[in-house]
Design a protein around this ligand. Structure first.
Ligand SMILES: Cc1ncc(COP(=O)(O)O)c(C=O)c1O
Length: 436
């Protein structure tokens, strides 16, 4: 095998040309991928529980996405939406406006990455409110740009050495029931941690200077933390009472991942702004800020944009994604995948005391590993060992969480029952081998 067709050969060449700051979890160089399967350059097959970190809800190389991209590429690949626009961008915006919860008229602004969408949501909220402050959750993740790093609650590897960070960002304790920030237990607590927001306005910053609160309805990189519904409702109410916009960062949790188009729909609140990316266009680069039209239209023309924003190939892929979500009912499929995974994780939890918590929402399921169920000391090295054992046995699964000790499933929603069962079987065997 020539050097460029082996994983080892490519890794050696990569070591010369890639900066070491750019890391990859697995040493498997992809040759092709289809549905929920990936093949590396040596022909080894993997079941994909990572789904490109949530970018592949409709699966790899879905024929409708491939055909939409091919057709578009033959017509044109880039004119710049800010120069000469095209119909697919309008059609996709119409679909996003219709899909976003709430009866108010909506409008969309395209950018390219998830972090950019969050940055622009904050920019828009600042113009609309005339205020500067941003409240975030202490375990949230919003990206790697200067502002979104400041909004992210994890130092290594995301923030270490990169400061100073953008000012006017105020984190509050997260509704992380397994590690309650105020030492209480749900449901007896009545979601008392929502009061941390009111306390912030007494102790740290005036509510009148806060433009928006940005939160993920299910914290992704934070470890698939699902807030109680009462928490989200309470926080939204506090925001409303204080003229603060509520931004739902759905970059990981959106596009049917939790059985609904947007995860915030589970919580009976209507956000002012939603950010979406990743699975919106099956991993093609595009992100969008979707919000109430009066808020979105408060910004001057030209205030938001970017050379690649609303790229035509991505818009074509996005339209195919909307079609696939409906025609293959991936909403119900997310729920079925979630149930199956939860049953498997809960049964593993009975056999392996290292599994401190099993949690999630629909197709976003996870388990948190600890050394001791009393102290809850995080066990990131065990999570890494399980991930590595799974990889050796043909499964790509990712660890996440503020402490790096959470195993999560973000498989394409088109995964077959057989593939899901085989993947879960590999996870089970990894626990048996690693936690003997
Ligand atoms: C909730 C959330 N927000 C923002 C981002 C940043 O997206 P991107 O990596 O496209 O900048 C991510 C990425 O994982 C995310 O999960």
């Amino acid at each position: 095998m020539s050097q460029s067709t082996t994983n080892k050969g490519l890794a050696e060449r990569r070591a010369e040309s890639f900066a070491s700051c750019y890391a990859s979890v697995f040493n498997c160089y992809v040759d092709k991928a289809k549905g929920a399967l990936i093949w590396d350059v040596e022909g080894r097959e993997y079941i994909d529980f990572a789904g490109g970190i949530g970018g592949m809800n409709v699966g790899h190389s879905h024929p409708k996405v491939v055909s939409a991209i091919k057709d578009q590429a033959e017509r044109f690949t880039h004119t710049c939406l800010m120069v000469a626009p095209y119909g697919s961008a309008v059609q996709l915006a119409e679909k996003l406006c219709k899909a976003a919860p709430g009866d108010e008229p909506k409008a969309v602004a395209y950018v390219t990455s998830g972090a950019e969408a969050v940055e622009n949501a904050v920019k828009i909220a600042r113009v609309y409110t005339g205020r500067t402050g941003v409240v975030t959750l202490a375990n949230g993740y919003h990206g790697r740009t200067m502002l979104t790093m400041a909004m992210t609650g994890r130092v290594a590897p995301f923030k270490a050495g990169f400061g100073p960070f953008a000012p006017e960002v105020y984190p509050v304790g997260s509704p992380y029931c397994y590690r309650c920030p105020i030492g209480k237990s749900y449901p007896d607590c009545g979601a008392a941690c929502a009061d941390l927001l009111s306390e912030l306005f007494v102790k740290v910053v005036a509510a009148e200077s806060i433009a928006c609160m940005v939160m993920e309805p299910v914290m992704g990189e934070g470890g698939f933390i699902v807030p109680p519904k009462e928490y989200v409702k309470k926080v939204k109410k506090i925001c409303e009472e204080n003229g603060i916009l509520f931004v739902s960062d759905e970059i990981q949790s959106g596009i049917a991942r939790t059985g609904k188009m947007f995860a915030i729909e589970h919580f009976d609140v209507i956000p002012d702004i939603i950010t979406t990316a990743k699975s919106l266009a099956a991993g093609m680069p595009i992100s969008a800020v979707v919000g109430s039209k009066k808020i979105m239209d408060s910004v001057h023309p030209g205030g938001v944009g970017g050379t690649y924003s609303g790229n035509p190939l991505s818009c074509a892929a996005g339209l195919a994604v909307f079609d696939i979500l409906e025609s293959e009912d991936l909403f119900s499929r997310a729920d079925i995948i979630g149930e199956k995974t939860k049953t498997c994780f809960e049964s593993l939890q009975k056999s392996f005391p290292v599994i401190g918590d099993v949690r999630g929402l629909s197709g976003m399921m996870a388990m948190e590993l600890v050394h001791d169920k009393e102290t809850k000391a995080p066990a990131p090295e065990l999570a890494r060992a399980i991930v590595s054992h799974c990889f050796e046995n043909g499964l790509l699964m990712l660890a996440t969480g503020t402490y790096g000790n959470v195993l999560r499933i973000l498989s394409p929603l088109v995964i077959t029952d057989e593939q899901l069962d085989s993947g879960l079987d590999i996870v089970e065997k990894a626990f048996a081998a690693v936690c003997k």
